[in-house]
Design a protein around this ligand. Structure first.
Ligand code: SAM
Length: 298
Protein backbone atom coordinates (compact mmCIF):
# COMPACT_ATOMS: atom_id res chain seq x y z
CA UNK A 1 0.00 0.00 0.00
CA UNK A 2 1.35 3.46 -0.90
CA UNK A 3 0.07 6.59 0.77
CA UNK A 4 0.57 10.07 -0.67
CA UNK A 5 2.35 12.49 1.65
CA UNK A 6 0.18 15.24 0.14
CA UNK A 7 -2.01 14.45 3.16
CA UNK A 8 0.65 16.14 5.33
CA UNK A 9 -0.07 19.79 6.13
CA UNK A 10 1.70 21.86 3.50
CA UNK A 11 3.23 23.93 6.30
CA UNK A 12 5.51 21.04 7.18
CA UNK A 13 7.31 21.26 3.83
CA UNK A 14 8.74 23.99 1.73
CA UNK A 15 9.66 22.30 -1.51
CA UNK A 16 8.79 18.61 -1.28
CA UNK A 17 11.11 16.54 -3.44
CA UNK A 18 10.72 13.11 -4.98
CA UNK A 19 11.68 11.31 -1.77
CA UNK A 20 8.69 12.67 0.11
CA UNK A 21 5.92 12.77 -2.48
CA UNK A 22 4.93 9.15 -2.05
CA UNK A 23 5.60 7.21 1.07
CA UNK A 24 5.37 3.57 2.06
CA UNK A 25 3.23 2.55 4.98
CA UNK A 26 5.02 0.25 7.37
CA UNK A 27 3.58 -2.87 5.76
CA UNK A 28 5.56 -1.97 2.65
CA UNK A 29 8.87 -2.19 4.46
CA UNK A 30 8.57 -5.88 5.19
CA UNK A 31 8.59 -8.65 2.65
CA UNK A 32 5.46 -10.10 4.25
CA UNK A 33 2.75 -8.05 5.92
CA UNK A 34 3.30 -8.41 9.68
CA UNK A 35 -0.16 -7.28 10.67
CA UNK A 36 -3.62 -6.71 9.33
CA UNK A 37 -3.74 -3.35 7.54
CA UNK A 38 -7.10 -2.69 9.20
CA UNK A 39 -5.09 -2.03 12.37
CA UNK A 40 -3.54 1.20 11.07
CA UNK A 41 -5.42 3.62 13.30
CA UNK A 42 -6.93 7.02 12.65
CA UNK A 43 -5.10 10.04 11.23
CA UNK A 44 -4.58 13.12 13.40
CA UNK A 45 -6.02 16.55 12.78
CA UNK A 46 -3.68 19.18 11.31
CA UNK A 47 -3.82 21.79 14.05
CA UNK A 48 -1.46 20.46 16.67
CA UNK A 49 -4.48 19.48 18.73
CA UNK A 50 -3.37 16.44 20.60
CA UNK A 51 -6.82 15.40 21.76
CA UNK A 52 -8.78 13.07 19.54
CA UNK A 53 -8.15 10.21 17.16
CA UNK A 54 -6.56 7.41 19.21
CA UNK A 55 -7.59 8.60 22.66
CA UNK A 56 -8.40 5.63 24.84
CA UNK A 57 -11.59 5.30 26.81
CA UNK A 58 -11.69 6.82 30.27
CA UNK A 59 -11.88 3.42 31.90
CA UNK A 60 -9.26 1.80 29.67
CA UNK A 61 -7.51 -1.16 31.27
CA UNK A 62 -3.80 -0.72 31.87
CA UNK A 63 -1.71 -3.48 30.25
CA UNK A 64 -0.36 -6.17 32.63
CA UNK A 65 3.26 -5.48 31.62
CA UNK A 66 3.00 -1.80 32.50
CA UNK A 67 1.44 -2.53 35.87
CA UNK A 68 4.16 -5.07 36.66
CA UNK A 69 6.87 -2.45 35.87
CA UNK A 70 5.14 0.03 38.17
CA UNK A 71 4.25 2.37 35.31
CA UNK A 72 1.11 4.36 35.70
CA UNK A 73 -0.75 4.94 32.44
CA UNK A 74 -3.17 7.83 32.80
CA UNK A 75 -6.40 8.20 30.84
CA UNK A 76 -5.79 10.84 28.16
CA UNK A 77 -8.76 12.91 29.15
CA UNK A 78 -6.93 13.67 32.42
CA UNK A 79 -3.48 14.55 31.04
CA UNK A 80 -2.06 17.57 29.27
CA UNK A 81 -0.18 16.54 26.09
CA UNK A 82 3.42 17.73 25.89
CA UNK A 83 3.89 20.81 23.71
CA UNK A 84 5.41 20.43 20.24
CA UNK A 85 7.88 23.00 18.94
CA UNK A 86 6.55 23.56 15.42
CA UNK A 87 8.53 26.76 14.74
CA UNK A 88 10.16 25.79 11.46
CA UNK A 89 12.07 28.50 9.66
CA UNK A 90 9.72 29.01 6.72
CA UNK A 91 12.35 31.08 4.89
CA UNK A 92 14.85 28.23 4.71
CA UNK A 93 14.78 26.94 1.14
CA UNK A 94 14.83 23.16 0.93
CA UNK A 95 16.52 21.99 -2.26
CA UNK A 96 14.75 19.25 -4.26
CA UNK A 97 15.59 15.85 -2.82
CA UNK A 98 17.91 13.76 -4.99
CA UNK A 99 16.69 10.20 -5.70
CA UNK A 100 20.17 8.78 -4.95
CA UNK A 101 22.91 9.56 -2.44
CA UNK A 102 26.40 8.18 -3.20
CA UNK A 103 24.89 5.47 -5.42
CA UNK A 104 22.24 4.42 -2.86
CA UNK A 105 18.59 4.94 -3.67
CA UNK A 106 17.02 6.98 -0.87
CA UNK A 107 14.01 5.25 0.69
CA UNK A 108 10.71 7.06 1.00
CA UNK A 109 9.62 8.31 4.39
CA UNK A 110 7.42 5.93 6.34
CA UNK A 111 3.98 7.51 6.50
CA UNK A 112 2.42 8.20 9.89
CA UNK A 113 -0.53 5.89 9.16
CA UNK A 114 2.03 3.07 9.46
CA UNK A 115 2.85 4.05 13.05
CA UNK A 116 1.15 0.99 14.66
CA UNK A 117 3.85 -1.16 13.03
CA UNK A 118 6.46 0.65 15.10
CA UNK A 119 4.78 -0.42 18.34
CA UNK A 120 3.80 -3.93 17.18
CA UNK A 121 3.94 -6.67 19.79
CA UNK A 122 6.45 -8.74 17.81
CA UNK A 123 9.03 -5.94 17.65
CA UNK A 124 10.89 -7.00 20.81
CA UNK A 125 11.17 -10.61 19.58
CA UNK A 126 12.21 -9.60 16.06
CA UNK A 127 14.63 -6.76 16.82
CA UNK A 128 15.56 -7.33 20.48
CA UNK A 129 14.90 -3.69 21.29
CA UNK A 130 15.84 -4.16 24.95
CA UNK A 131 19.30 -5.42 24.03
CA UNK A 132 19.72 -2.46 21.69
CA UNK A 133 18.78 0.00 24.44
CA UNK A 134 21.17 -1.63 26.91
CA UNK A 135 23.99 -1.50 24.35
CA UNK A 136 23.57 2.28 24.03
CA UNK A 137 25.00 2.85 27.50
CA UNK A 138 22.72 5.83 28.14
CA UNK A 139 23.12 7.26 31.65
CA UNK A 140 20.88 9.27 33.97
CA UNK A 141 21.26 13.01 33.46
CA UNK A 142 22.33 12.79 29.80
CA UNK A 143 20.87 14.79 26.94
CA UNK A 144 19.96 12.50 24.07
CA UNK A 145 18.05 12.80 20.81
CA UNK A 146 15.68 10.29 19.25
CA UNK A 147 16.07 11.43 15.64
CA UNK A 148 13.15 10.35 13.46
CA UNK A 149 11.32 9.44 16.65
CA UNK A 150 8.10 8.36 14.95
CA UNK A 151 5.39 7.72 17.54
CA UNK A 152 8.02 7.37 20.24
CA UNK A 153 8.66 3.66 20.72
CA UNK A 154 12.24 4.47 21.76
CA UNK A 155 11.66 8.03 23.02
CA UNK A 156 9.68 6.88 26.04
CA UNK A 157 12.33 4.32 27.00
CA UNK A 158 15.13 6.88 26.57
CA UNK A 159 13.22 9.34 28.75
CA UNK A 160 13.10 6.73 31.52
CA UNK A 161 16.80 5.95 31.06
CA UNK A 162 18.01 9.57 31.34
CA UNK A 163 15.61 10.20 34.22
CA UNK A 164 14.23 13.50 35.50
CA UNK A 165 17.69 15.16 35.44
CA UNK A 166 18.16 14.25 31.77
CA UNK A 167 16.44 15.34 28.58
CA UNK A 168 15.32 13.68 25.34
CA UNK A 169 14.86 15.66 22.15
CA UNK A 170 12.35 13.82 19.96
CA UNK A 171 12.63 15.06 16.39
CA UNK A 172 10.50 14.12 13.42
CA UNK A 173 9.42 15.74 10.15
CA UNK A 174 5.82 14.48 10.43
CA UNK A 175 3.74 16.47 12.95
CA UNK A 176 1.27 13.58 13.17
CA UNK A 177 4.01 11.30 14.54
CA UNK A 178 4.89 13.92 17.15
CA UNK A 179 1.25 14.30 18.18
CA UNK A 180 0.97 10.56 18.81
CA UNK A 181 4.21 10.70 20.79
CA UNK A 182 3.04 13.74 22.77
CA UNK A 183 -0.06 11.89 23.93
CA UNK A 184 1.80 8.71 24.77
CA UNK A 185 4.44 10.59 26.81
CA UNK A 186 1.81 12.54 28.73
CA UNK A 187 -0.15 9.37 29.41
CA UNK A 188 2.94 7.83 31.01
CA UNK A 189 3.71 10.98 33.00
CA UNK A 190 7.03 11.63 31.22
CA UNK A 191 7.94 15.30 31.12
CA UNK A 192 11.63 15.26 30.20
CA UNK A 193 10.94 15.14 26.45
CA UNK A 194 11.15 18.07 24.00
CA UNK A 195 9.21 17.42 20.86
CA UNK A 196 10.63 19.19 17.83
CA UNK A 197 9.30 19.37 14.30
CA UNK A 198 12.37 19.17 12.10
CA UNK A 199 12.73 19.94 8.43
CA UNK A 200 14.38 17.52 5.98
CA UNK A 201 17.57 19.62 6.17
CA UNK A 202 17.53 20.77 9.81
CA UNK A 203 16.59 18.87 12.98
CA UNK A 204 16.73 22.16 14.93
CA UNK A 205 18.89 20.81 17.74
CA UNK A 206 20.98 22.97 20.09
CA UNK A 207 24.67 23.13 19.13
CA UNK A 208 27.22 21.15 21.17
CA UNK A 209 24.78 19.73 23.74
CA UNK A 210 23.68 16.26 22.69
CA UNK A 211 25.45 13.26 24.23
CA UNK A 212 23.85 10.73 21.91
CA UNK A 213 21.81 11.05 18.72
CA UNK A 214 19.96 7.81 18.02
CA UNK A 215 18.64 7.07 14.51
CA UNK A 216 16.68 3.81 14.41
CA UNK A 217 15.61 2.85 10.87
CA UNK A 218 15.85 6.50 9.93
CA UNK A 219 19.13 7.37 8.22
CA UNK A 220 18.25 5.54 4.98
CA UNK A 221 15.11 7.76 4.82
CA UNK A 222 16.92 11.09 5.08
CA UNK A 223 16.01 12.88 1.85
CA UNK A 224 19.01 15.24 2.37
CA UNK A 225 21.58 13.11 4.22
CA UNK A 226 24.51 15.54 3.91
CA UNK A 227 22.61 18.44 5.45
CA UNK A 228 21.20 16.27 8.22
CA UNK A 229 24.63 14.82 9.07
CA UNK A 230 26.19 18.29 9.20
CA UNK A 231 23.52 19.53 11.64
CA UNK A 232 23.76 16.37 13.76
CA UNK A 233 27.55 16.70 13.93
CA UNK A 234 27.23 20.29 15.18
CA UNK A 235 24.71 19.22 17.83
CA UNK A 236 27.05 16.70 19.52
CA UNK A 237 28.75 17.42 22.84
CA UNK A 238 32.53 16.86 23.11
CA UNK A 239 32.21 13.09 23.61
CA UNK A 240 28.86 12.88 21.84
CA UNK A 241 27.99 9.93 19.61
CA UNK A 242 25.78 9.42 16.61
CA UNK A 243 24.26 5.93 16.65
CA UNK A 244 22.80 4.34 13.54
CA UNK A 245 20.56 1.29 13.70
CA UNK A 246 19.90 -0.06 10.22
CA UNK A 247 18.50 -3.37 8.96
CA UNK A 248 21.39 -5.49 7.66
CA UNK A 249 21.68 -5.17 3.89
CA UNK A 250 24.18 -8.05 3.69
CA UNK A 251 21.71 -10.53 5.20
CA UNK A 252 18.98 -11.94 2.92
CA UNK A 253 17.37 -13.60 5.97
CA UNK A 254 16.29 -10.20 7.34
CA UNK A 255 12.73 -9.91 5.96
CA UNK A 256 12.83 -6.21 5.12
CA UNK A 257 12.75 -4.76 1.61
CA UNK A 258 16.22 -3.96 0.21
CA UNK A 259 15.57 -0.21 -0.03
CA UNK A 260 15.11 -0.12 3.74
CA UNK A 261 18.31 -2.00 4.54
CA UNK A 262 21.95 -0.87 4.52
CA UNK A 263 25.27 -2.65 4.52
CA UNK A 264 27.98 -1.63 6.97
CA UNK A 265 30.19 -0.64 4.05
CA UNK A 266 27.47 1.69 2.73
CA UNK A 267 26.95 3.32 6.11
CA UNK A 268 30.67 3.91 6.61
CA UNK A 269 31.22 5.19 3.09
CA UNK A 270 28.53 7.83 3.65
CA UNK A 271 29.35 8.82 7.23
CA UNK A 272 33.14 9.12 6.93
CA UNK A 273 33.15 11.91 4.30
CA UNK A 274 30.57 13.70 6.47
CA UNK A 275 33.13 13.97 9.30
CA UNK A 276 32.35 10.88 11.38
CA UNK A 277 34.46 7.88 12.31
CA UNK A 278 33.33 4.54 13.70
CA UNK A 279 33.81 4.49 17.47
CA UNK A 280 32.39 1.00 18.06
CA UNK A 281 30.10 -1.64 16.62
CA UNK A 282 27.62 -3.98 18.25
CA UNK A 283 26.88 -7.09 16.19
CA UNK A 284 24.47 -9.08 18.35
CA UNK A 285 21.11 -7.71 17.26
CA UNK A 286 19.00 -10.20 15.32
CA UNK A 287 18.20 -8.00 12.30
CA UNK A 288 20.12 -4.74 12.56
CA UNK A 289 23.54 -3.16 12.55
CA UNK A 290 24.26 -0.96 15.55
CA UNK A 291 27.06 1.47 14.76
CA UNK A 292 28.45 4.20 17.04
CA UNK A 293 30.12 7.20 15.41
CA UNK A 294 32.19 10.05 16.89
CA UNK A 295 32.81 13.33 15.18
CA UNK A 296 36.24 13.06 13.54
CA UNK A 297 38.60 15.98 14.35
CA UNK A 298 38.26 18.80 11.77
C1 SAM B 1 10.76 3.93 10.07
S1 SAM B 1 10.31 5.29 11.10
C2 SAM B 1 11.23 4.89 12.58
C3 SAM B 1 10.65 5.53 13.81
C4 SAM B 1 11.41 5.26 15.12
N1 SAM B 1 12.81 5.61 15.01
C5 SAM B 1 11.27 3.83 15.55
O1 SAM B 1 12.22 3.05 15.36
O2 SAM B 1 10.22 3.46 16.09
C6 SAM B 1 11.25 6.61 10.40
C7 SAM B 1 10.88 7.99 10.95
O3 SAM B 1 11.89 8.92 10.54
C8 SAM B 1 11.28 10.15 10.23
N2 SAM B 1 12.17 10.94 9.37
C9 SAM B 1 12.50 10.74 8.07
N3 SAM B 1 13.35 11.71 7.66
C10 SAM B 1 13.59 12.52 8.72
C11 SAM B 1 14.39 13.68 8.93
N4 SAM B 1 15.13 14.24 7.95
N5 SAM B 1 14.40 14.24 10.16
C12 SAM B 1 13.65 13.72 11.17
N6 SAM B 1 12.86 12.62 11.02
C13 SAM B 1 12.85 12.03 9.81
C14 SAM B 1 9.97 9.74 9.58
O4 SAM B 1 9.02 10.79 9.57
C15 SAM B 1 9.55 8.54 10.43
O5 SAM B 1 8.75 8.92 11.51
Amino acid sequence: MYVCLATLPASAWQTPGPAVEEAPAATDLMEEDPFDAADLGEPMDDEGDASGADEPDEGEEQPEGDRAKGRVRRPLSRVRPLPIDMKLNRNLRIPPAPPFHMGREIAQTMHYTGAPWLVRESRQREEDCRMMLEALGVEPGQTVCDMGAGNGFYTLELARMVGPEGLVYAVDIQPEMLRMLSRRAAQEGLENIRLVLGSPIDPRLPVGEIDLVLCVDVYHEFSHPEAMLARIRESLSDDGKLVLVEFRGEDPAVPIKPLHKMTKAQVRSELEPAGFRVASEFDRLPWQHLLFFSAAPE
